[in-house]
Write a protein that binds this ligand. Sequence first.
Ligand SMILES: [Zn+2]
Length: 322
Amino acid sequence: MSRHLRAIALAAAVQATAAFLPAAVSAGSLQPNELGRVMILEYHKVDQPEGRWTRTPANFRGDLERLWERGYRLVALNDLLDGRITVLLGTTPIVLTFDDSSPGQFRLIEQDGNWVPDPDCAVGILEAFERRHPEFGRAATFFVLPGADPPNRLFNQKDLAGRKLQYLAAHGYEIGNHTLWHANLAKYPASVVSRQLATAQEWIQRHVPGYRIRTLALPMGAYPQDIRWAIEGAEGQAAYHHDAVLMVAGGAAPSPHARVFDPYHLPRIQALESELSHWLGYFERNPQERYVSDGDPSVITVPPGTLDKARRSPGAKVVERP
Ligand SMILES: [Zn+2]
């Protein structure tokens, strides 16, 4: 398709879907930019009261509402790593992560003889939101601690730990490595680092056999002395290989289509009120920095003059926005 025809097609597609898009997009201020940045949010406790490491259930619902209204849509971390972003034209992918497997992230309650997510835990809140807004999507990565002391050992319902991990794996969520018991990996030799990571994986896989853990969130953001220990290693029969290593801070991440994207140093944004407001405001004021989808996963649309900033990926062609 010629540039001109492509521009017309894009404009028509924006108009056709305008009814589903946030105001800024339908007003035409958000043009596709798949080299824009993506926020990876980092939650800890979902509980009372609100605090440095705690978001209340009401505030977490409010976060989802704000993201939805501003045109953000959930994508899975592993899909982001693979550059497989399938959100609709004019919308922006966002990744949710939850560290430390605290109880309010995922609590099961019994209802008519079935175990269902508590409507006030993060999983319950996410699913209720998705029922109201199916296009928001469902995705989140849980960086769990299989060997921590209560209440952080696998969400703190001992007899339901396996059921929960299986639920996550089967319902569109991801499970990530966060070490066995929140070890500060900067302090240990290679043997301890690999034992922490391999054993954490092994204990998770006891509940979800064969589950492939692709990502590691560093406790306290502390890298081991040699980054290679975080990426791959083994302890006995258990070998691990991580496709990404996540930090605890650093702001919005580069686009996975950008040459500068570094999966072993993925920055995150802590989901506190101050940080969230800062970054939502930042992208309102700087819409040109935000990842905005062209709606076609087989085409990577980049701003004029930036072709050299994109990396080539098999199965997708990179084109300049007209
Ligand atoms: Zn942690």
